[in-house]
Write a protein that binds this ligand. Structure first.
Ligand code: SF4
Ligand code: SF4
Length: 422
């Protein structure tokens, strides 16, 4: 019986969850697309298996504990959505389910502390910067650090870039063709602040004025994807208030942030802010879409030589936002660029927000496979549109001793305008 979830039993998120469950016809076409099925080879770690588990729990036929390990292992990569011929909106089930489940799932004190630390640092750039400095000390302490925290240490970069202050408004160069507001991102500002600098450079060069609202905050994605609905709602409301109405679009340059903002209507479902959130999310677009639609006014000059560039599809761009061709088109617009595709491009790199911290073995296996696939392209540069993927690729390519440079699509474009390869 697929129709016995009572939406009213599960609050405002009950209805979208029930709809997603009912849409699944159990055909199994999604199995081949699912990275955890590829890694673990068992039905309960497939989209179909998880849908059945979540349905049984929501209907009260199984305890919450029966679903925990398999729901925790889901990357939220949404590779199952484009693979599904029935159009099951898996995203309407997994995050709302986690929001219900978190108070029922049993967590060890170490897990609780690790999740709390991540939630209290990553969304806040100043705290996150301090945490990365602390991670250096942790690495020095080595085996003295409890095992539950070690993934946090191995992922922290050796060098934390200097803080970069963004201008509140960056004027368009030449005739103005548009005006946008940019989400600066939280982890991205700390891990690679140059991505925002490059994004603003490319936009203003192409006649776009960029507003960076000072009161903006984290997109709320980390909280939403780890079941902390209340925190996700607070972050969403802050951004609803922070972003101005008199812009052509709200731009994101981090796929995970963009896809979380596209779910503000779910995050705030059943609250007085739902309609506002729905209008807001329709204005959010990835920078690659905005630029590809606008057209590059100034042609990048390239580097005066051929350059092979591999493009890595971030799951939250390709699967969550259906953004595949636009970043590729922008890269192909650079003279000399030979774009190379990565084998098994649909497979997640294993970054997936805090998945690296929560499921380090699966994340590491997927990261190593992705790095090998990048190497196999023979490219000099790998480009992507998400800070999580870039961090994961950097870590795993470095482990292989690879000289492949890992860059955001906007950094490649900016460098091509300047003719530099820094
Ligand atoms: S492909 Fe879609 S309908 Fe088929 S089992 Fe997977 S989620 Fe269900
Ligand atoms: S979101 Fe990704 S990991 Fe989760 S069920 Fe879908 S394909 Fe598998």
């Amino acid at each position: 019986m697929l129709h016995t979830i009572k939406p009213t039993n599960h609050g405002p998120l009950g209805e979208p969850m029930a709809h997603a469950v009912q849409a699944c016809v159990h055909c199994g076409f999604c199995l081949a697309a699912c990275p955890t099925y590829q890694e673990l080879g068992q039905e309960m770690d497939t989209p179909r298996g998880r849908i059945v588990l979540m349905k049984e729990v929501l209907e009260g036929h199984l305890p919450w504990a029966a679903a925990q390990v398999h729901v925790d292992r889901c990357l939220g990569c949404l590779a199952c959505e484009p693979a599904c011929p029935s159009g099951v909106p898996y995203r309407d089930l997994i995050s709302p389910f986690r929001a219900q489940a978190e108070r029922h799932f049993a967590r060890t004190p170490g897990e609780k502390l690790r999740r709390w630390l991540a939630a209290q640092t990553i969304p806040y750039p100043a705290r996150f910067r301090l945490a990365l400095v602390g991670a250096k000390l942790g690495r020095w302490l080595g085996p003295l650090v409890p095992a539950v925290f070690r993934p946090m240490l191995t992922l922290a970069p050796e060098r934390v870039p200097a803080r970069v202050a963004l201008p509140p408004v960056a004027p368009a160069r030449g005739e103005r063709r548009g005006r946008v507001a940019l989400l600066a991102g939280c982890a991205q500002q700390v891990l690679d602040p140059d991505i925002n600098v490059a994004t603003i450079d490319v936009l203003t060069r192409n006649g776009v004025e960029v507003v960076v609202p000072g009161t903006q905050g984290c997109c709320g994605g980390l909280a939403w994807h780890t079941g902390d609905l209340r925190a996700a709602q607070a972050f969403a409301r802050r951004n609803l208030d922070a972003f101005p109405a008199d812009v052509d679009a709200i731009l994101t340059n981090a796929a995970g942030c963009g896809s979380a903002m596209h779910e503000y209507h779910l995050i705030l479902r059943g609250t007085p802010d739902e309609a506002r959130a729905d209008a807001f999310r329709r204005r959010v677009v990835d920078v690659s879409i905005f630029l590809a639609r606008l057209g590059l006014r100034e042609k990048p000059r390239g580097w005066g030589r051929p350059m092979a560039v591999a493009y890595h599809d971030a799951c939250h761009l390709a699967n969550a936002q259906n953004v595949r061709s636009e970043p590729r088109d922008l890269l192909r617009a650079i003279p000399g660029v030979e774009l190379r595709e990565i084998d098994n491009a649909h497979l997640c790199c294993g970054s997936a927000g805090t998945y690296n911290l929560d499921q380090p073995e699966i994340a590491s296996s997927l990261g190593a496979q992705k790095a090998q696939a990048v190497l196999a392209t023979g490219a000099e540069v790998v480009a992507s549109g998400n800070i999580g993927c870039l961090t994961q690729l950097r870590a795993h390519l470095a482990r292989l001793g690879s000289p492949v440079r890992v860059r955001h699509t906007m950094q490649v474009l900016r460098d091509a305008y300047r003719g530099s390869t820094r």
